[in-house]
Design a protein around this ligand. Sequence first.
Ligand SMILES: Cc1cc2nc3c(=O)[nH]c(=O)nc-3n(C[C@H](O)[C@H](O)[C@H](O)COP(=O)(O)OP(=O)(O)OC[C@H]3O[C@@H](n4cnc5c(N)ncnc54)[C@H](O)[C@@H]3O)c2cc1C
Length: 602
Amino acid sequence: MTTDPRQVDVLIVGAGPVGLITAFQLAKFGGISVAIIEKNSKSIQDAYGRAITLYPRSSEMLDQLGLAEELAQQCFACRETATYNSHGEEVHGRGWSFMETGMSDTAWNFALVLRQKYQEDVFRRALREYGVEVEAPVRLDGIVVDESIPLLQHRVTATVHDELTSERKTIKCKFVIGCDGGHSSVRRLIDIPFRGLTTADKWVRVDGLVETNVPRPRTYCAIESPTHGNVLWVGLDRGRTRIGYAFTQDREKAYKVFDEAAAVKEAIAAVKPFDVTFLTVDWWTIYSVGQRIAETFEKKDCIFLAGDACHTHSSGAAQGMNTGIHDSVNLAWKLSLVLRRLARTDILQTYQAERMPNVERLIQYDRDISRLMTNRLPEDWQGDPEADVNAILGQVMGEAGSFSSGLGIFYELAETSLLSVPGSFTSSQQVVDVQQPVGPGRRAPDVTLLKPGTFESTRLISETPNRSSFYLVLFAGNPLLTEATAFADAFDTSTYLSGIQSRGKWADSHAQSVLANNWTGLLKCLTVLPQPASSAYEVLGREPLGRAFFDTHEGVAYKRYGVDVGAGCVVLVRPDGWIGTMLSLSESSVREVEMYFSRILL
Ligand SMILES: Cc1cc2nc3c(=O)[nH]c(=O)nc-3n(C[C@H](O)[C@H](O)[C@H](O)COP(=O)(O)OP(=O)(O)OC[C@H]3O[C@@H](n4cnc5c(N)ncnc54)[C@H](O)[C@@H]3O)c2cc1C
């Protein structure tokens, strides 16, 4: 039976973490209709397994969306790592040690370990608060795009099958986002090749409650096993532990059936010379390792892929869900602004332009890391054929560290880039953390700021929540030396900029969003003064632009952004917390701000 076509703005296929977070953002930003379908009732999905770790940049992005606090309530915050060689001796600078050195410069300076099921529960609840329920079990069966219908109209017809009622239904939508995992139906239905390969390597993961004599068991830990590769040992939420190991073809021959008992037996062998006893097994899996990437992340301007639907890799560096979150956060605000008729449709092309090079980088690292974790040297290895795989693994993990933590992920400043634009600012100061420079296309570091009056500490991320708005951060410097007041005066007289500050508001019955409406508008301003003072007004000699904050007594924010107190700077931060552009502070920079927005906004 077919019912009348229902219409929505965006149909999201798949309610894994990426689909849920994407739906959440679109619902939260408001003003458009969203449906999310999932072919499985989650009760029959794997109870606990798969992803466990969020890296700092993912946590920051979820923090900006108001999702991280609940995850932090439940997680095991893992700040320590340990690596043991095959004799059980602790060795340093190998395995996961990059986590201890490469995850600073953020309040989320730890591996947030929480099993995927619990993360998904948090995302699903948050989505429900915005009135969107996952429709399950409902499977996508077909997609047709009528290209004669203009973009931003209901040009996509999706056919879905309700697994409970056996009804076939049609949903008409403007955009489809395929968040439907490695075997994506969306990708297949619209014929996007998935390039790469699945290797013969198999890995096993077992989660449970254990007793052990591993010296430091509540860490992110590697055990360099001669038989089971670089064994993963991680303290999980709720006192659980994950053990992961390579399951070679040799070992496979020993089993007719590889079941839970076999997975546990091999886990016990993998952690030798240590002992482990499983008191419970919550979940286990065996899976093939491979790397694949979709030829394109977007087709016909209205079908997008995100998460595992457009890239899969081993879980060796624990990147799949993290990378999917990056995709989702990159896409959602752009799509929201386009659908709300606030931004040009061109900005949607920046999704693939920004995300694909980062996914390719991940896949290159993952190829090497997954081979090394299986006790083999990288495929294109030119060095000593007898090299110690565990030492090389440590080096590769170290090199990939700032990428893996997400803190070093950047978007190229291409000539044609609309969103990451080199501005007039050049720092005269040495930036404090040279590993992760500050600039357009890079993350805006989450510096500590002080609130006026109380001098209570806050963080830039807390003051720049992701509500699909841009933020102009005015580092005013010492106004006696800088052109801060001239800039602020010129900013205030720009009718174009005052227009975009009030645009993007929308009426919504959701109580929290009504509150949030005071906040929405395409551009918000913050003024950061270089040191605590009695009043921002008195320092500036005029009202600050937007809300005022002070740098700490040590001047950490100015130093981190490389801003000279005698010169000041303007930082334009995108809704997703990446820097759009940085401008020197002068009256004429207001024109640069106008130009930035005039290229992307309607
Ligand atoms: C053992 C293991 C450990 C891992 N550890 C980590 C880790 O620590 N950190 C990390 O970042 N990543 C890790 N990953 C990877 C991570 O689990 C995935 O990258 C992540 O789940 C991808 O999320 P997703 O939402 O894109 O896809 P999925 O989680 O696969 O969700 C896709 C959803 O789409 C649904 N679907 C599919 N087809 C249809 C259809 N036709 N109609 C409707 N619904 C459909 C599916 O049922 C599914 O619920 C691990 C993976 C494994 C296997």
